[in-house]
Design a protein around this ligand. Structure first.
Ligand SMILES: C[S@@+](CC[C@H](N)C(=O)[O-])C[C@H]1O[C@@H](n2cnc3c(N)ncnc32)[C@H](O)[C@@H]1O
Length: 206
């Protein structure tokens, strides 16, 4: 499973420009709003899980954060993001890994995931994800998780996805994470199609 996932994503990022990716977003406005709500500062440590070529890391660097990790299955995606960032990207920790088998070696203040968690349609994979989230986030740390909403598309990048509302998102993460805020957001693909997203901000119990 891990290998077929990797093959899919390596192919996507090798063949397509950012503006050909449905999820491409110049301004990760809701993510940054929820970072603010979480009390993020320039001292915060952040991991963007399934970050791909997202502009989030650029925006975080612009805000003065210096402890930023971007994890993704696709080395091609991370190489492309690194090229775009230039010298400023050298201080980012780029990690090629499958989140369901990655072993966190440290704690982060903020865990961010936009449209990666929703691909986990197997209960064991979701449990493995939540285990990594529990071990990777410091006590009292925050997680921003964004998935397709229940009225969003059934597929993303041609793959089936799980769609969440606030209740199912909170239940899937489990009792160790207290819901702080939810946001509904309509994302427009680079070619103008609307996609409903569900964002949740959670705090890990201390
Ligand atoms: C729809 S894209 C979203 C990318 C980015 N978060 C954004 O908002 O632009 C999903 C990303 O998750 C990554 N991904 C999918 N499954 C993953 C997994 N099991 N572990 C790590 N990354 C994964 C893909 O390689 C891809 O970059």
């Amino acid at each position: 499973m891990e290998n077929s996932r990797t093959t899919h994503w390596e192919q996507v990022y090798s063949e397509k420009a950012d503006t050909e990716l449905s999820w491409h977003q110049e301004d990760p406005i809701v993510s940054l709003e929820l970072f603010d709500l979480a009390g993020a500062t320039s001292q915060s440590s952040v991991i963007d899980v399934g970050g791909g070529t997202s502009c989030l890391s650029t925006r975080l660097m612009e805000r003065g954060l210096r402890d930023v990790t971007v994890l993704d299955l696709s080395g091609a995606a991370l190489a492309s993001a690194q090229r775009r960032l230039g010298p400023i990207g050298e201080s980012i920790n780029w990690v090629v890994a499958d989140i369901t088998s990655w072993e966190p070696a440290r704690h982060y203040d903020i865990w961010h995931d936009r449209a990666a968690f929703h691909f986990l349609d197997d209960a064991d994979d979701r449990a493995a994800y939540v285990d990594r989230l529990s071990r990777g986030l410091r006590p009292g740390g925050h997680a921003v998780i964004a998935s397709f909403a229940t009225n969003g598309p059934k597929k993303c990048s041609g793959l089936p996805v799980m769609r969440y509302d606030p209740e199912t998102l909170a239940n899937t993460l489990g009792g160790a994470f207290a819901p702080v805020a939810f946001r509904s957001h309509v994302h427009f693909t680079p070619w103008g199609s609307a996609q409903s997203f569900q964002y949740g901000l959670f705090q890990k119990h201390r």
